[in-house]
Design a protein around this ligand. Structure first.
Ligand code: ATP
Ligand code: MG
Length: 426
């Protein structure tokens, strides 16, 4: 029979990779707690309306990337394409907006996109949202936290920060008008996507990948000319704080981000090592979204990072900064079925005494030769061997698999001395 395959664009994380995934997640969780962020976990499914109201109708996500379906009660539900909307819903619903909140989350997101390197239909994001802080310090701290991710994971040299300020709604309305006037006079240089956006979402034309459009934009009006002094100050202050902490900042006036809800600060961490999918992490301020979703007016800012892309960056560095050793410390070779009961005794006693020591016990009745082969293959550092002789004398033989050195225990209390020995070498 033909085997059933995973859904296109959705992949398994195999045991060979999962150790690295958890090491990455541990490293990230550790950085969050050092900055006083707490974890929140939202459902993977929300009402479709939530995303229409937050992300915006004329965005790639809502127009063509969402997985939506009617449930049995005919309510339209969606697999979440991102985390911000659900997080905002959750803080409103759970009454979490009385005090400033610094929250983070991690989990799968779903978008119906063309699968390719660094772009999947189920992918994983780590995101954070901070509520109740209007001033620029929260932007600064968030970007310093991002930088610490890269430092701790050993990819700092692979990513760089791009920053922009897209102003408040008034500035954007004026800029939008000027941009539409300019582009309408040059529709010949616009592709069909940009033409469509000219009416609906003209700011998105700024990050068009089309070469003609890009060169046309060199002469277009610039957002910076429309910013309020508050917005200009915010960008300058943020740049100064970050530079003071040694972060290189590139101002990118074309940076607009794909979702509708942003205002003022927007940023992306980009990499040259990821091909076309160059953005690892992006975010910005969204001071109006909480109100728009029915909460009390609350300033907010957030970011989301794609873990598949981060994983690719770490891979390019041979995972050098990750401690993801999931090999067993010792492989326990059991010569015959009659020896298994004593072997359990030994393995459990060692696990009780040494909580960090991982033992892979051979559970099948196979030859010593094949068990030694398996021990080598498991990458364990040591082999513990139990045969009839050991059972009778209540001992264990012990071998360093890399050097072949054998150690024997000849005192009365063999296991205690073995445990002491393991404790000192491990
Ligand atoms: P892109 O321009 O690459 O489509 P985006 O602007 O749609 O990204 P966001 O919605 O800002 O992305 O999501 C934040 C991060 O999540 C991205 O920077 C990226 O690292 C990751 N990401 C987004 N979509 C995907 C996907 N389909 N597969 C893997 N990672 C993704
Ligand atoms: Mg996208």
């Amino acid at each position: 029979m033909k085997a059933i395959q995973a859904v296109r664009g959705m992949r398994d994380i195999t045991p060979d990779e999962s150790g690295r995934w958890s090491a990455i997640e541990r490293s990230i969780a550790n950085v969050f707690s050092r900055y006083g962020y707490r974890e929140i976990r939202m459902p993977l499914v929300e009402t479709t309306g939530l995303f229409h109201r937050s992300i915006g109708e004329i965005t790639d996500i809502v127009e063509k990337e969402m997985y939506t379906f009617p449930d049995r009660n005919n309510e339209s539900l969606a697999l979440r394409p991102e985390g911000t909307a659900g997080c905002v819903r959750a803080v409103i619903e759970n009454g979490l907006l009385n005090v400033p909140q610094k929250l983070w989350y991690c989990g799968p997101m779903f978008r119906y996109e063309k699968p390719q390197k660094g772009r999947h239909r189920q992918f994983h994001q780590v995101g954070a949202e901070v509520f109740g802080h209007p001033d620029v310090n929260v932007e600064a701290e968030m970007l310093l936290l991002n930088q610490r991710f890269w430092n701790d994971l050993g990819v700092a040299k692979n990513v760089s920060l791009e920053l922009n300020n897209i102003g408040d709604s008034v500035a954007r309305a004026h800029f939008r008008e000027a941009l539409v006037t300019f582009l309408s006079a040059h529709t010949k240089s616009l592709d069909s996507d940009s033409l469509r956006r000219l009416d609906s979402n003209p700011l998105r034309i700024l990050d068009s990948k089309n070469k003609d459009t890009q060169s046309l934009l060199n002469d277009a009006p610039k957002m910076a000319e429309f910013l309020s002094t508050d917005s200009v100050d915010r960008l300058e202050q943020l740049t100064r704080i970050l530079q003071g902490q040694g972060i290189k900042v590139k101002h990118n006036q074309r940076l607009v981000r794909g979702l509708d809800y942003y205002n003022d600060t927007v940023f992306e961490w980009v990499s040259n090592d990821l091909g076309a999918q160059g953005t690892v992490c992006g975010g910005g301020r969204y001071d109006k979204l909480v109100e728009q979703l029915g909460g009390k007016p609350t300033p907010a800012i957030g970011f989301a990072m794609g873990l598949e892309r981060l994983y690719l960056l770490l891979e390019a560095n041979q995972f050098a900064a990750l401690s993801d050793n999931h090999n067993p410390d010792a492989y326990l070779i059991v010569a015959a079925s009659s020896c298994q009961e004593y072997a359990f005794n030994v393995a459990e006693k060692i696990r009780n005494a040494l909580p960090d020591f991982a033992i892979m016990q051979n559970l099948a009745a196979t030859s010593m030769k094949s068990q030694f082969k398996k021990a080598d293959k498991s990458n364990a550092k040591y082999a513990l061997v139990i045969g009839e002789d050991e059972v009778e004398k209540r001992t264990v033989s012990f071998k360093h698999l890399d050097t072949g050195e054998q150690v024997s225990f000849s005192t009365a209390d063999e296991l205690t001395s073995l445990i002491n020995y393991l404790g000192t070498i491990n």
